[in-house]
Design a protein around this ligand. Structure first.
Ligand code: HEC
Length: 167
């Protein structure tokens, strides 16, 4: 891509709200993240599907750029984030009017602090939740360890959180 065309593409994407800061394409990690340890975990374990900027991949993995900021603002939404990380998610979902129907693996092997940090990176650095929202704590993860949900149950809980019927 020539310099000029690249600049045009960056302007278009930035205007669409897809990018923030200095990130110039989907595989560039956000610069200077607030949750730096979470960023490391995300790049090593999540970016393969969700891309480094969390824009996702059509038909494969949903974008994480808007819904996590909604989830963090309610008690059940906060639980939903933790449940997704602990137990994965399976079945059809809609994100910003786009459909996804695939399997998110579970990450229960990670400790509470690691999962809280990677979710906070998603919520605040990728989805740009307001800084006034309280970050997730390791205790929020620990509390859900005994829930023992399936990925399908996590998907149904998501539908309840978003107020849509669980299809
Ligand atoms: C193998 C690919 C894959 C990997 C790796 C992966 N995800 Fe996912 N993720 C998905 C898919 C697919 C979905 C949607 C599942 C569905 O269609 O039911 C999803 C859904 C999500 C959601 C819910 C989005 C919403 O709108 O409710 C969050 C949050 C999330 N992933 C975070 C993560 C984090 C954090 C990691 C790393 C610790 C990660 N994902 C790793 C594929 C992946």
């Amino acid at each position: 891509m020539t310099q000029g065309r690249r600049r045009v593409a960056v302007v278009v994407l930035a205007a669409a709200g897809v990018l923030s800061g200095a990130a110039a394409n989907a595989d560039d990690a956000p610069a200077a993240p607030r949750f730096a340890e979470g960023a490391q975990t995300f790049l090593a374990n999540c970016a393969v599907c969700h891309r480094a900027t969390g824009v996702g991949q059509p038909g494969l993995a949903p974008p994480l750029t808007s819904y996590p900021a909604r989830y963090i603002a309610t008690a059940e939404g906060r639980r939903q984030l933790v449940l997704t990380a602990l137990y994965g998610m399976f079945g059809e979902i809609t994100v910003d009017e786009r459909h996804f129907n695939f399997k998110m693996p579970d990450f229960s092997r990670f400790d509470d602090a690691t999962l809280a940090a990677v979710l906070n990176f998603v919520v605040f650095d990728i989805s740009h939740a307001a800084a006034t929202e309280a970050p997730l704590q390791p205790e929020d993860v620990a509390r859900e360890r005994s829930a023992g949900l399936s990925g399908e149950a996590v998907r149904r809980h998501r539908a309840e959180v978003l107020g849509a019927p669980a299809s």
